[in-house]
Design a protein around this ligand. Structure first.
Ligand code: SF4
Length: 439
């Protein structure tokens, strides 16, 4: 049986695409290997969101050249956002590459392999964007599952490559989503994360249109308190009163939101074309906390955007302190091809970006610790999942409804169970405690 080595970079959308690729290739008789030296097919599922991620892909791809010479019949393919963005240019640059497949064209992989194609190209520019719903998904976890509800984005923030790599916004019919979640419930899954690039704009282009909150209510009716539901990533402009109410009211919907702010400066938000200002973002945070006081709020922040001044950066630090985020992904701005920001004249030096990144991360560390310390002495509900232990052989691990990772000790604990844990220690990244009540 042929062996596949699959390497995944990037976000949850890419993780889900890798589960689809796995499902497709299992059907073709492939087995899986961790060792590229014994693989018959090496696939890189790539991310183009940041320059560093893209360079990682090129350097990994470069390391396969010798292997391709040594192993007759070895196929090498590249899929994901770099594949979509670069297309034919990748085939020109890496002569030993067999095929390039965009994220909307995953179902093209088996036919390309069956036909023994070399130098194959299946990207959206060649074939039109599609939604790979027919691809079977081979999930890695039996507890938590990702369900894609929409793809692409219409917002064109000036720094972002997503509208070019994943295409325009298109939502999946609600009935398909409900059926997929019904199947997951039947299989015993305990948690579903709904995925979309601007997940809370779901449904407005469907006929008839349906709102994201209506979809959440239908899912809640189906799963009740049997499953936890999360979603990522929402756009702040589409956080509504109805959404905040749903988070507070629906038993399945977790009190957690990842709300990317990107900057605290109105001038920079405007240059980023984010569609909201600082005041509006703070109003959304206040609305969410008023409705669901237990909610945990995390964010994305970019430092060193073109034209950003020391004053703009300080405004971002102020916003971080004002909101008291539970966590954040903070990145140095990196120019992405075809975006407006790439062409902005006032790009900042790596030295400035690096210094600001360190300052922002140091502040985040303090804020996350402060937020996590608020859990000391409390008893929280944890969905047990060994994956969260990150290889630690001693502790059990899982997550709270707020998505806080909890490491704990105790007897009679099973993966997928929900247990009560008394929190005794807090770090910026996780909580620690003792089992109070097994499932
Ligand atoms: S809303 Fe998000 S996905 Fe869409 S362009 Fe902006 S950053 Fe990219």
């Amino acid at each position: 049986m042929p062996k596949l080595k699959l390497i995944t970079y990037g976000c949850q959308a890419n993780d889900l695409d890798s589960e689809r690729i796995t499902g497709l290739l299992l059907r073709e008789g492939y087995t899986f290997t961790d060792r590229e030296e014994e693989a018959d097919l090496i696939l890189l599922n790539t991310c183009a969101i940041r320059e560093k991620a893209e360079h990682k892909v090129y350097s990994r791809l470069g390391s396969f050249q010798a292997l391709k010479r040594q192993r007759t019949g070895l196929k090498i393919g590249i899929c994901g956002c770099v594949a979509q963005q670069e297309g034919q240019a990748l085939l020109n640059r890496f002569p030993y590459l067999d095929f390039v497949v965009g994220p909307g064209q995953l179902t093209a992989i088996p036919p390309l392999l069956q036909a023994g194609v070399t130098r194959g190209l299946a990207t959206a520019r060649a074939a039109g964007y599609s939604y790979p719903v027919n691809a079977p998904v081979q999930r890695r976890s039996s507890i938590r599952a990702w369900v894609s509800i929409m793809e692409g984005c219409d917002r064109f923030c000036t720094f972002c490559v997503v509208p070019f790599t994943r295409g325009r916004e298109r939502s999946r019919p609600s009935q398909d989503i409900i059926e997929e979640i019904r199947g997951l419930k039947r299989q015993g899954y305990r948690e579903v994360t709904l995925l979309g690039q601007t997940v809370n704009s779901y449904g407005r282009k469907l006929t008839p249109p349906i709102t994201f909150v209506e979809l959440l209510r239908r899912i809640d009716q189906l799963v009740g308190d049997r499953m936890r539901i999360r979603f990522t990533s929402p756009h702040p402009s589409d956080v509504t009163h109805e959404l905040a109410t749903a988070i507070a009211e629906l038993p399945s919907l977790c009190e957690q939101i990842h709300l990317p702010v990107q900057s605290g400066s109105d001038r920079i938000l405007h240059r980023m074309k984010r569609g909201y200002d600082r005041e509006e973002f703070l109003e959304k945070v206040a609305l969410l906390r008023a409705k669901a006081p237990e909610i945990a709020i995390t964010t994305d922040i970019i430092v060193g955007f073109p034209g950003e001044t020391e004053e703009d950066f300080q405004t971002t630090l102020d916003l971080m302190q004002e909101v008291l985020f539970d966590g954040a992904f903070i990145f140095k701005y990196s120019p992405r091809s075809r975006t407006e920001a790439e062409r902005m004249p006032d790009q900042l030096s790596e030295e400035v970006k690096g210094r600001w990144l360190e300052q922002a991360l140091a502040l985040l560390n303090r804020l996350s610790l402060e937020r996590n310390r608020a859990y000391l002495g409390r008893t929280v509900e944890v969905l047990v999942n060994r994956e969260d232990a990150k290889g630690d052989a001693i502790r059990h691990a899982g997550r709270t409804r707020q998505n806080k990772i909890v490491h704990f000790t105790g007897e009679g604990v099973e993966d997928g169970g929900v247990v009560a844990v008394a929190i005794t220690e807090a770090t910026p990244l996780y909580l620690q405690g003792e089992l109070v009540c097994p499932q």
